[in-house]
Design a binder for this molecule. Structure first.
Ligand SMILES: Cc1ncc(C[n+]2csc(CCOP(=O)(O)OP(=O)(O)O)c2C)c(N)n1
Ligand code: SF4
Length: 544
């Protein structure tokens, strides 16, 4: 046993390593990035035989994890919440096939949208797929639940979803670590019909998943993390889940002693315990981080009966954003605590809106695009995508006019062009292009859509902290050509102030062309220059 101060993400990573994983796959995204980063660094530092990689996207990462499980190993797959949308197809189907070696999917949700387009709650995905979800409430549980998730996954042959939220993923606490388990010896799944989901097999596999539900329910009902404390009939009650417990205990302190309490960390929901809490309580507060998942369940099960319920649906707690001690105290009718006041602090800590770094290559790309588009204004729209370059939406550039989800810019430009928008332009980074931009570019090539695609190739996945990109420089050109874009309409510009005239000339040549052009703005990110060099050297060594 040893103790270390770990981030929630790091505790998950160490839990996975100590559970004996053979491999880990991830796609970066705040707040989940540190899970794979830690696994990679720790395995390297301790020469552990743990394979893995930053995958092309979340779907591929999960499929790689399923392959490990199929071959008998244990796998960790990690991503941010919106990544699970990308991985939804294998996720829903591996629930049906079931796991063989332990398969854990760690998903970090982002209530308050610190770094995301939405605050979707991954507990719904676990429920949808009928697989268990473990929701740690502190860093120790991050470690313990991860280890336990592998045991559960192998015992009941199900994938397990581990749900984190931003504050937990990105805050530190002491964690007691246990002895590491050995990795599994590879042993292929015997009954391959399980993983061959032809309708004839899928019906049987799905029946098995349905049959497992009582065992999952029993696991949840008996789990110590679903802790029911009854202090007396007729007392008020609280149902609290995951990190909500942290906020609640800090906000309420000793006042909690006056309440019946059910703390939830394991799903499917422990319905019997919920019923016991409701039966014993005069009124019930439901405190959960994310959507009103438990609250809806309680009402759907008809468990509200005569008791008043206070939660997000009733307006007692805010429907969106993270919980805070203040919102909880207000909800319980307690005075909000006065926060620490430091004289002159607001003058020192001035608001810093996000902006592109000085000398960022994206700035020169946007300056050029804006200048060329002046001849078409007003009203030219440029479809944007997700990466550092999304900041081009803001002043002073105001160069892009959409950002829906990774890879969406090209498809949106095609649709807008079909509806008569001319010129129809879009902007996508090299990382986002390989994540989910190649399929829509294939559409554009087959259709010879009248769109102009700018690929901003800065040689790295910058926004999430500098992970290696799957393709840069000539590799991007070859990919684009391979997808069917004619070489004469694949143009390269170097977004530098002293190359501006050439850049403007090339864009101006392509804009009047009534078909598909791809303009690659090729210049490395200045902030991650060192990493880019290292990655490029590693690639050269690998291919030598
Ligand atoms: C489905 C999904 N996965 C992950 C993320 C997190 N994320 C935001 S931008 C980005 C990559 C951006 O890389 P790139 O396109 O190369 O642009 P750069 O930041 O380098 O300019 C990632 C992984 C996300 N928003 N959505
Ligand atoms: S990290 Fe790189 S790509 Fe991102 S804003 Fe800074 S210089 Fe630009």
């Amino acid at each position: 046993m040893s103790e270390e101060i770990l981030l929630g993400d790091e505790a998950v990573a160490r839990g996975a390593i100590d559970a004996g994983i053979s491999a880990a796959y991830a796609y970066p995204g705040t707040p989940s990035t540190e899970i794979y980063q830690t696994i990679q660094d720790y395995a390297k530092e301790h020469s552990l035989p743990v394979r893995g990689m930053w995958s092309t996207n979340e779907k591929v990462a999960l499929e790689e994890g399923v392959g490990v499980s199929y071959a008998g190993g244990r796998a960790m797959v990690s991503m941010k919440h919106v990544g699970l949308n990308v991985a939804a197809d294998p996720f829903m189907n591996v629930a049906v096939s079931g796991a063989h070696g332990g398969l854990v999917i760690a998903v970090a949700d982002d209530p308050s949208m610190h770094s995301s387009q939405n605050e979707q709650d991954s507990r719904y995905f676990a429920d949808f797929a009928m697989v268990p979800c473990l929701e740690p409430g502190d860093q120790q549980q991050c470690y313990d639940f991860t280890r336990e998730a592998y045991e559960l996954s192998e015992r009941l042959q199900v994938p397990v979803l581990l749900r984190l939220v931003t504050r937990l993923a990105h805050s530190r606490a002491a964690v007691t670590l246990g002895a590491a388990r050995a990795q599994n010896v590879p042993n292929y799944v015997e009954d391959s019909s399980r993983f061959t989901l032809l309708p004839v097999n899928a019906r049987k596999a799905y029946a098995k998943l349905v049959d497992k539900q009582p065992a999952l329910q029993e696991f949840s009902e008996n789990h110590a993390a679903n802790a029911l404390t009854l202090r007396g009939n007729g007392k008020p009650g609280i149902l609290v889940s995951g990190l909500g417990w942290n906020y609640l205990s800090e906000a309420m302190g000793d006042a909690l002693e006056g309440y019946n309490l059910l703390r939830i960390g394991v799903y499917p929901l422990p319905v019997k315990k919920i019923r016991q809490l409701l039966d014993a309580s005069s009124e019930v507060w439901i405190v959960e981080e994310g959507y009103p998942f438990i609250e809806r369940y309680v009402s759907a099960l008809g468990l509200m009966r005569e008791r008043p319920i206070h939660g997000k649906l009733t307006g007692a707690l805010p429907r969106m954003g993270e919980l805070t001690q203040d919102t909880i105290r207000r909800c319980f009718g307690l005075p909000v605590r006065v926060s620490l006041q430091i004289e002159g602090l607001s003058e020192v800590l001035v608001g810093r809106p996000p902006r592109l770094c000085d000398k960022c290559p994206h700035t020169d790309a946007y300056i050029a695009i804006n200048e060329v588009l002046k001849q078409y204004s007003p009203g030219v729209r440029v479809m944007g995508d997700i990466g550092c370059y999304t900041l081009g939406y803001l002043q002073p550039y105001e160069a892009i006019h959409s950002c829906l989800c990774m890879g969406s810019s090209i498809g949106m430009a095609i649709g807008a062009a079909h509806t008569g928008m001319t010129p129809s332009l879009c902007v996508i980074g090299d990382g986002t292009f390989t994540h989910s931009g190649m399929a829509p570019l294939l559409d554009a090539a087959r259709d010879n859509s009248n769109i102009k695609v700018f690929i901003l190739d800065n040689s790295i996945v910058a926004m999430t902290g500098g992970q290696p990109t799957m393709a840069t420089d000539e590799e991007v050109v070859d990919l684009v050509a391979g997808l069917g874009v004619p070489r004469e309409h694949i143009r390269i510009v170097v977004p530098l102030p002293n190359r501006k005239e050439q850049t403007l000339a090339i864009i101006n040549e392509e804009l009047p062309y009534k078909g598909l052009s791809v303009i690659i703005a090729r210049r490395a990110c200045v902030t991650y220059a060192k990493q880019i060099k290292l990655y490029k050297r590693a690639c050269e060594e690998q291919s030598a």
